[in-house]
Design a protein around this ligand. Sequence first.
Ligand SMILES: Nc1ncnc2c1ncn2[C@@H]1O[C@H](COP(=O)(O)OP(=O)(O)OP(=O)(O)O)[C@@H](O)[C@H]1O
Length: 590
Amino acid sequence: MEKPGAKRKFQRRHKDGRMDEAKEISQLEARLSTGAPAPGTNPLAHSIPPQQEKVSDEVAPFVGAKLFEQLPISNRTKRSLADAKFINMTAIQRAALPHALCGRDVLGAAKTGSGKTLAFLIPVVEKLYRLQWGSMDGVGAIIISPTRELAVQIFEELRKVGKHHNLSGGLLIGGRKDIDSEKGRVNRLNILVCTPGRLLQHMDETPNFDCTQLQVLVLDEADRILDMGFANTLNAIVTQLPKQRQTLLFSATQTKSVKDLARLSLKDPEYLAVHAESAVATPARLRQTAIIVHLNEKIDMLWSFIKSHLQSKTLVFLSSCKQVKFVHESFKRLRPGVPLKCLHGRMKQTQRMAVFFKFCEEKHSILFATDIAARGLDFPAVDWVVQVDCPEDVASYIHRVGRTARYTSGGCSVIFLSPSEEKMIDELQASKIPIKVTKPNRDKIQPVSGALAGLLSKDPDLKYMAQRAFVTYLRSVHLRGNKEIFDITKLPLDEYALSLGLPTTPRIRFLKKGIGNALKNAKYKIDDEYDNLDFDNKVDLAGDTATAHKNIKFDKEEDDSNYEEIVSVAIYQISVLVEASLLSHPMRNF
Ligand SMILES: Nc1ncnc2c1ncn2[C@@H]1O[C@H](COP(=O)(O)OP(=O)(O)OP(=O)(O)O)[C@@H](O)[C@H]1O
């Protein structure tokens, strides 16, 4: 039974607590307004003189601060950061936080693994805290991420930063269940971490979904959101948000489309590119190598690499889901002596998350992945990043290798380039990427093609997988824009097929009949199969088609007079279908 007077004591303590907080908030606000960095300056260029570091909290300068403790942030956030062992700030945090805490729009660029997530989460939490945001105030901040896995990871980091706060957060991503509880709860959440399609779906479908009070919008990996064909979705989202808000936009690579987006959605932004002046564009502790090998030697190289790195944690990038599936399945049967996993967009969300968390935990493991794993994902302690297929461009290379050598760790990367892809090295070096080029040590190569041929001869399903892997790889090369690097006519197709264990070279229809017909095929395929795809695959498809569309522009001389029309019909059809699926996709749980 409650002791007499206990309730009164609790109420008094609660009231005292609120008064302390009100006092803290007014002190924070005073400090933020008197100590704000001058617009257009980079706080990294400052340091706090030692005699001023110890002055009383209320007036202590914070431009040039190196420790979180020195920032004008609440005691609740300070305690949360200390619990997570976040003590010293990284460069992007030192540069961006003083501006962002003052409520300014920020366009932040810093290398992979440099701590951009905290640079936007702390201002989000602090702004809502200073406004004493509560459950009745609804959605106060929205954080948009290009992929579900990255959204989950941001959400986990948000839990750490918000540990001692009373704010509520929710994860709005596709592929999750229990629609009613999501619908019912979404309006009571203060911070939403979401993927663009899912957010728009809520905006369109959830009764009384209200963002009119939104204070902060964050776009993480904005260039990737745009690359994935989400520009229209993003525009539709931004037009539904109040204009009076703070917007924070972060990425490791800044493209022209990001600058366009920034022009549209940011107001007088502080442009904070902490590594722009740096001599190299990739993390300092990353050792990068390129090995020139023929396309038909790549699979042997990969197998040999795995066999000689059984004690490492390695992320292997391939360009299509079907390649990932084939290499994973066939290598698994050959039992290299280390756990193998795969991650690609055609997997169910529950499987994707299970693989993501398992790979995070494992010390020695190999993960085969498409570019779905290239951005933002913070797998702890990855030793090696192996790129079997050449990435689309330099930005994509930077994000892939950025999965290792994160924060203060070291790491290594290797890219296998065929002779026709060698020009990529010039592009990387021109973009301040220090990469050593070597030839393969043929004595150490352990051939695997014979073993694959043996497997394929016994298993028609695996053989079919190999054929699909072959075709999708060539299609990906065909669709890439930069024909100086991605030239299908220079590839040894028969030898490549043999290297995958295939006795005969599969027919490549899209090469024979021209790109127009390829898209026509794609269009029919979409008609036939579209309804069977899950939401995620539909979104992937839209992304693929957007990329195809972009790349087709480079192929104008293609001898197929009606391709423009076919392309536009295919694109239109996909956009209608995706829109329909956004509308009809069932709501799911957090
Ligand atoms: N100040 C800090 N002190 C200690 N660890 C930190 C600090 N800031 C970030 N980290 C850790 O460093 C890792 C990388 O941070 P984060 O994922 O935010 O990098 P990023 O810049 O967003 O990378 P990417 O461009 O690849 O998305 C994370 O594990 C994060 O918890």
